[in-house]
Ligand binder design. Structure first.
Ligand code: ARG
Length: 474
């Protein structure tokens, strides 16, 4: 069949070229955006007098019919159509006849694909923000129930100081807060409309780019046509933000894997989100967090892949850029699933508070509190206090108990400078609650942090709602 661009060609495309050149089998994912863009373009052409109102109407109707045909799965995508843009244009001509041939006036596939892909990425930007907000809410819900649940806080994966479980979860939540802020920044930076840039230099028609931008829900048209058709920063921004999300997810996943071991036993994953072994009948494996951890690798891969594609490309459009999409589609699909399953996995896990507490009793986690007590209540210089504390730790070791379980009299016998009241500061609860500075782990501070995060969620949700509404105007 003759190509839409086939006028100057005398030979048919080889089927090898057709397969190699075609992007239809993956860029069909852009059909919604393509139709949305074409409708706006047709309306704009009507507005500037290039199309009559009847022509606009017929094009819009044709495009709507194609949309419902694709939606119902009744559309045949063929390699010979090359890409989604030409597939839809051909289908339109087939449906409405010669009027359909006017749609591509004052437009190029270069500005068309720049528009479609950008709209797609922006739509997912909103979707991913929604999922992150939901995940944050789940974590905050669990955190609120555990502001008194003591666990060992770690550095170097060694017991360090007692913290509460809620406090640990808020640390995770803070990662996602930054992820949302990053996506919001990306959105703002890239919410500009490339349509009307033509092939690279603008068009000789009087394309109303402000109308296009408003109709499609952008903040404004892009500044420079050459940049508009060659810029893929919006896709790279998205891949970087997705990589950061996955880096955060993978750190959480690692902790879930550890905590779910016999050795930690801080949580147990629900049967619904764990798997068995094909040979060892007793096993229950944390495949979900392992996959969450593993999938971060492929998302980073997509980021590296697109950076490599874009490196050294001369302006303006080059076909290399067709390689921009699959990695982004894959990353978006996987991150969406990961956020979904991470939510379910966290919601359904059992938290074994008793084991956390038991483990916090190992390693003399309140030793620093004893040193601080000696400095503040007993007028001992810190270096001496450190030494005396070491002796008390040695005593506890000798008895085979945690420092917090020694009797007051025993402790006082270690050094005459130790005053009564020492036992009270050694309990894990008092050690945790002593860290009452802004951002600290005391139950009170943890609750305050939960509130800050809740306020953030509310504000971020209303910002999201605003951008949803603007884009729905499209
Ligand atoms: N399928 C192409 C892509 O994804 C669309 C743009 C084609 N433009 C061109 N001048 N060949 O990049």
């Amino acid at each position: 069949m003759a190509k839409l661009w086939g006028g100057r060609f005398s030979l048919e495309s080889s089927s090898l070229l057709e397969e190699f050149n075609a992007s239809i089998f993956f860029d069909k994912a852009l059909w919604r955006e393509d139709i949305e863009g074409s409708k706006a373009h047709a309306q704009m052409l009507g507005k500037i007098g290039v199309l009559t109102p009847t022509e606009v109407e017929s094009i819009i109707n044709g495009l709507d019919q194609i949309a419902s045909c694709i939606q119902k799965g009744e559309f045949t995508f063929k390699a010979s159509d090359e890409d989604i843009h030409m597939a839809i244009e051909s289908a339109l001509i087939e449906r409405i006849g010669d009027v359909g041939k006017k749609l591509h006036t004052a437009r190029s596939r270069n500005d068309q694909v720049a528009l479609d892909f950008r709209l797609y990425v922006l739509r997912y930007n909103r979707k991913i923000r929604t999922s992150l907000l939901e995940l944050m809410e789940i974590l905050l819900g669990i955190a609120s129930e555990h502001t008194q649940s003591i666990m060992p806080g770690m550095t170097h994966l060694q017991h360090a100081q007692p913290v509460n479980f809620g406090f640990h979860l808020i640390a995770w939540v803070c990662n996602f807060k930054r992820d949302i802020e990053r996506l919001e920044d990306d959105y703002k930076r890239n919410n500009f409309c490339p349509l009307g840039s033509g092939a690279l230099a603008g068009t000789p028609y009087n394309n109303d780019r402000i109308y296009l931008s408003q109709t499609l829900g952008f903040a404004a048209p892009t500044i420079n046509a050459m940049d508009s058709v060659s810029d893929r920063d919006f896709a790279l921004d998205m891949l970087y933000s997705l990589s950061m999300i996955m880096m955060h997810i993978s750190r959480i996943a690692e902790e879930l894997v550890l905590w779910n071991t016999q050795e930690f036993a801080f949580i147990s994953l629900s049967d619904a989100y764990a798997t068995g072994s094909s040979i060892m009948p007793q096993k229950k494996n944390p495949d979900v967090p392992e996959l969450l951890r593993g999938k971060s690798g492929r998302v980073y891969g997509s980021l590296m892949g697109l950076l490599a594609v874009m490196k050294g490309l001369p302006l303006a459009y080059n076909k290399d850029t067709q390689e921009d999409k699959e990695g982004v589609f894959d990353a978006l699909k996987n991150v969406s699933i990961c956020l979904q399953i991470a939510k379910e996995c966290l919601k359904s896990m059992t938290i074994r508070v008793d084991n956390m507490y038991k483990m916090a009793k190992r390693g003399h986690l309140s030793a620093t509190d004893l040193a601080d007590f000696l400095v503040r209540q007993c007028n001992v210089a810190f270096r001496d206090a450190h030494h005396i504390t070491g002796q008390v730790v040695a005593l506890a070791e000798e008895r085979g108990v945690d420092i917090s379980d020694l009797e007051e009299e025993e402790i006082m016998k270690v050094d005459s400078r130790i005053k009564a009241g020492v036992k009270a500061v050694l309990s894990l609860e008092s050690s945790m609650n002593a860290r009452d500075t802004l951002g600290g782990t005391s139950s009170k501070q943890t609750q305050a942090q939960i509130q800050v995060c809740k306020d953030f969620i509310q504000q971020a949700a209303s910002r999201l709602c605003e951008s949803e509404n603007l884009s729905k105007g499209a």
